[in-house]
Design a protein around this ligand. Structure first.
Ligand SMILES: *Cc1c(COP(=O)(O)O)cnc(C)c1O
Length: 349
């Protein structure tokens, strides 16, 4: 795989990957059945495999990460309860307000660093009381890796402390692990160890894993049974979904270890731009996402685009670059060159 120099290098998101030829072949060859009847062998295999990988009793294949998070909340809370999550969290920022509309939940957002929260930061906001004035805080959601937090990762110890707090107050704990496997390969911590202390955990096949659709939610049989009911209710029951599940199985076999390549390229990208005076890096970059700040966002965006490199504008003067399956070393070199030249045109900040 070499990218010729006039090909666009698209760093806006790791969701932009196209299925490889081998993945398409695995999809075409998938054995399928009607999954609403529970009869799609490939979906069943993927759910079993994902649950085993995460050390949970059961898994549920869903169309998107958005649905996985929503089902985790619906299955483990009641309308009028409060959900605690970081103010940068995906379900708060990018899921259309579904927790309010569909879940009937209040959200209590917390401003922990890099998209994460500590047990001590959460504690003051927990309300569990027989006083009928209060909405009951029944669920906490953490994100690993953090999307708006620069792809940063929790320690297992920090998650264990949140677990202890959740137990103290009888709260459920969910992990939005859209990029869980980026955390796994970067830390060397197994997926099962990483989610040991949460009740439910999901991950996306569509990010670094490179599949065209689908996420998995995992947890106990009871909670997954409830989530399954809500999946149908929301229109997420898919029929011969084994075509998609086959892409997920292929991704688990072939696209997990290679995430280290994305992490290496992010480091090379950052190191090459670290001394460019117009560019600064607001956050640590341990996985595949890097944020950069520039003095003139408009010029930077138009100059990079003209050079054939796309970045995502995420805030005033702030851009995100995400490395993924469809960016090779030639793409990396091109991204570095184009960003350097574009920064030079931005003037001093
Ligand atoms: C992408 C993402 C999701 C879910 O996204 P979908 O587009 O609905 O699959 C959830 N959480 C995080 C942190 C994400 O990055």
């Amino acid at each position: 795989m070499t990218s010729i120099n006039n090909e666009m290098v698209d760093l806006r998101s790791d969701t932009l990957t196209k299925p490889t030829q081998a993945m398409r072949e695995a999809m075409a060859a998938a054995e399928v059945g009607d999954d609403v009847f529970g009869e799609d062998p490939t979906v069943n295999e993927l759910e079993r495999r994902a649950a085993d990988l995460l050390g949970k009793e059961a898994g549920l294949f869903v169309p998107s990460g958005t649905m996985a998070n929503l089902l985790a909340f619906l299955a483990q809370s009641r309308p009028s309860d409060t959900l605690i999550l970081n103010e940068e969290a995906h379900p708060f920022n990018y899921e259309g307000g579904n927790v309010a509309m569909v879940g009937g939940l209040l959200t209590r957002t917390i401003s922990g660093s890099l998209g994460m929260m500590s047990a001590d930061e959460i504690r003051p906001f927990v309300k569990r009381s027989s006083d009928h004035h209060f909405s009951q805080t029944t669920i906490v959601s953490i994100e690993n890796t953090t999307n708006r937090g620069g792809g940063n990762m929790y320690s297992v110890e920090a998650i264990a402390e949140i677990r202890a707090l959740a137990d103290e107050y009888g709260m459920r704990l969910h992990c939005d692990g859209a990029r869980l496997f980026n955390a796994v390969v970067a830390s060397g911590i197994s997926a099962a160890d990483y989610v040991r202390d949460v009740d439910t955990a999901c991950f996306c096949f569509t990010k670094g894993l490179g599949a065209p659709a689908g996420s998995i939610l995992t947890g106990t049989h009871d909670v997954m049974e409830e989530a399954h009911r809500f999946r149908k209710l929301l229109g997420g029951g898919m029929r011969q979904a084994g075509i998609l599940a086959a892409a997920g199985l292929h991704a688990l076999d072939h696209h997990v270890d290679r995430l280290t390549d994305d992490h290496r390229r992010v480091q090379q990208f950052r190191e090459a731009l670290e001394f460019v005076p117009e560019i600064s890096f607001p956050m640590a970059t341990p996985t595949n996402i890097v944020y950069l700040d520039v003095p003139d966002a408009e010029i930077f965006q138009s100059e990079t685009a003209a050079g054939g490199v796309r970045l995502l504008a995420t805030g005033p003067g702030r851009f995100r670059a995400v490395f993924h399956l469809d960016v090779d070393d030639a793409g990396l070199e091109k991204a570095i060159d184009v960003c350097k030249r574009a920064a030079g045109r931005c003037g001093k900040g």
